[in-house]
Design a protein around this ligand. Structure first.
Ligand SMILES: NC(=O)c1ccc[n+]([C@@H]2O[C@H](COP(=O)([O-])OP(=O)(O)OC[C@H]3O[C@@H](n4cnc5c(N)ncnc54)[C@H](OP(=O)(O)O)[C@@H]3O)[C@@H](O)[C@H]2O)c1
Length: 352
C-alpha cells in the first residue's frame, strides 16, 4: 500500500508546484558565507529501503520543497539519486537551488583515494560540485554495509591525528580545486575537534552528529556553536527503523517520551514533528529520513509552521538521557573494548 501511495505521489511530483515555498525555509549561514537550508532529507535506506525508493523520495522531496539532501557514497544509492537530480536539472531545477552533501567513506582516507572518491560521488550524483563534503567517520576502519555489530576489520586502527590530517589536507584540496564548496566532519568529539581546529587550514563548517531529544550532546553542541561550526543532527527521530543489530536494551525512543507525546497531543501534531521543531529551534539542522510522502511533507512543514513555546523547548531540554543510539561498535580497533572508547567520554582521545 505504502509503495502505491509513494508511486502515485512520485508520478504527480513536479518541481514547479512545491507545497512548501523553499524561500520560507530558514537558512543558516556557515562560516564560509554559504547559506544552507535549515532542514534536509536523509538518504540512508539502511538495509530495508531500496535505492529506487530513496531516489523516488528525493524526487518527491524536491517537488514539495526540500532543498537539502544528505547523501553518502556508503549508502550505495548516489547513482540512483543522481539520475533524479539529472532529470530535474534538465527540467529546469537550477543546481544552485539545491544543497547536496556527500561523505568520504572510511576505506578512502588514503591520500591518493580522497579526490577519486569525491569525483565518483560527483559523477554518481550528476553534479560538478558538492555543496558540502564530510569525512564520514574519523576512523579509516572499513566494514561491509549491513555487517553485524560484532564484525571487526583486522586492520582497524584507533584515531591517529597525523593520518586524519593527511586526509583533511586532501579535503582542503577539494575546496581549492572547486570540486566542493565546503568541507566538514562527522562523528567527531571535542578532543578530536580541538586538534583539527588547531591544524586545519580550512576549518570544518559543520559537524554532523547524532542529535535528538534523548541525545542532546549539550557540551559538544555548545563547543561547536562557540567556534562557528554548525551542527547537523542525524537520526533526529531516534532512527526508529534502524536494524535490530543496531539496538541495545538500554536504547530509548524520543518519539515515545511522555514529554514529547504530551506536547504533540496538546498541539495536535505527531511526536516526530515535535522532535524536528525542537531541533530547528535549538539551532541544529535536522536531516530526517523518510520515504513516506505524508511524513516527508509534515517534516518539511515543521520548518515553516507555528514554533514550540519557550516552555516546551525548556521541557524538552530536560529529557536528555545521554542515550547514543548509533554507537559505531564496528569501528573499534581491538578486543574487549566498549563502544564508548570511540567517543572519548573522558575528555581525552582514547589511547591506542
Ligand atoms: N553522518 C552519519 O554518520 C549518519 C549516521 C546516521 C544517519 N545519518 C543521516 O541521517 C539521516 C536520518 O537518520 P536516520 O535515518 O537514522 O533516522 P531518523 O531520521 O531519526 O528516522 C527515520 C525513520 O523515521 C520515520 N519517520 C520519518 N518521519 C516521520 C514522521 N513524520 N512520522 C513518523 N515516522 C517518521 C521514517 O519512516 P518513513 O519512511 O515511514 O517515514 C524512518 O523509518 C539518514 O538517512 C542519513 O542521511 C548520518
Amino acid at each position: 500500500m505504502k509503495d502505491i501511495i509513494m508511486q502515485a505521489a512520485i508520478e504527480n511530483a513536479d518541481a514547479r508546484d512545491a507545497v512548501v515555498d523553499p524561500s520560507l525555509i530558514p537558512y543558516r549561514t556557515l562560516h564560509s558565507g554559504a547559506k544552507i537550508p535549515g532542514i534536509g532529507l536523509g538518504t540512508f535506506g539502511s538495509d530495508h529501503v531500496s535505492h529506487d525508493a530513496v531516489a523516488g523520495a528525493v524526487r518527491y522531496a524536491v517537488a514539495i520543497g526540500y532543498r537539502h539532501f544528505d547523501c553518502a557514497s556508503v549508502y550505495g544509492n548516489e547513482a540512483r539519486i543522481g539520475e533524479v537530480f539529472g532529470r530535474m536539472f534538465q527540467n529546469g531545477l537550477r543546481r544552485d537551488q539545491v544543497w547536496i552533501t556527500s561523505k568520504l567513506w572510511n576505506d578512502k582516507h588514503g591520500e591518493n583515494d580522497v579526490i577519486p572518491a569525491c569525483e565518483k560521488s560527483l559523477s554518481g550524483l550528476q553534479v560538478d560540485y558538492l555543496d558540502l563534503y564530510l569525512v564520514h567517520w574519523p576512523f579509516p576502519n572499513h566494514h561491509p554495509p549491513g555487517c553485524d555489530v560484532s564484525a571487526r576489520n583486522l586492520h582497524a586502527v584507533p584515531y591517529i591525528h597525523e593520518n586524519y590530517m593527511r586526509t583533511w589536507r586532501k579535503m582542503e584540496e577539494l575546496v581549492d580545486r572547486g570540486l566542493v564548496r565546503n568541507i566538514g566532519t562527522s562523528n567527531m568529539t571535542i578532543p578530536k575537534m580541538q586538534l583539527l581546529l588547531r591544524d586545519a587550514r580550512i576549518k570544518p563548517v559543520v559537524n554532523e552528529m547524532e542529535l535528538h531529544p534523548h541525545f542532546q550532546q549539550p557540551e559538544f553542541f555548545r563547543y561547536l556553536l562557540e567556534r562557528g561550526i554548525q551542527p547537523i543532527g542525524y537520526s533526529p527521530l531516534g532512527s526508529p527503523a534502524r536494524p535490530e543489530r543496531d539496538r541495545t536494551p538500554e536504547d530509548t525512543s524520543p518519539t515515545e517520551d511522555p514529554v514529547i507525546r504530551e506536547i504533540a497531543k496538546r498541539r495536535g501534531e505527531h511526536p516526530a514533528v515535535v522532535c524536528i521543531k525542537w531541533a530547528i529551534q535549538r539551532g541544529q539542522i535536522p536531516i530526517p529520513f523518510s520515504t513516506n510522502p505524508r511524513n516527508m511533507l509534515s517534516n518539511l512543514q515543521t520548518a515553516v509552521s507555528e514554533p514550540l513555546s519557550a516552555d516546551d523547548m525548556k521541557a524538552i531540554e530536560g529529557i536528555d538521557r545521554n542515550c547514543r543510539l548509533i554507537k559505531g561498535q564496528v569501528f573499534l580497533w581491538k578486543d574487549n573494548q566498549s563502544w564508548e572508547d570511540l567517543w572519548d567520554v573522558n575528555g581525552v582521545i582514547t589511547p591506542a
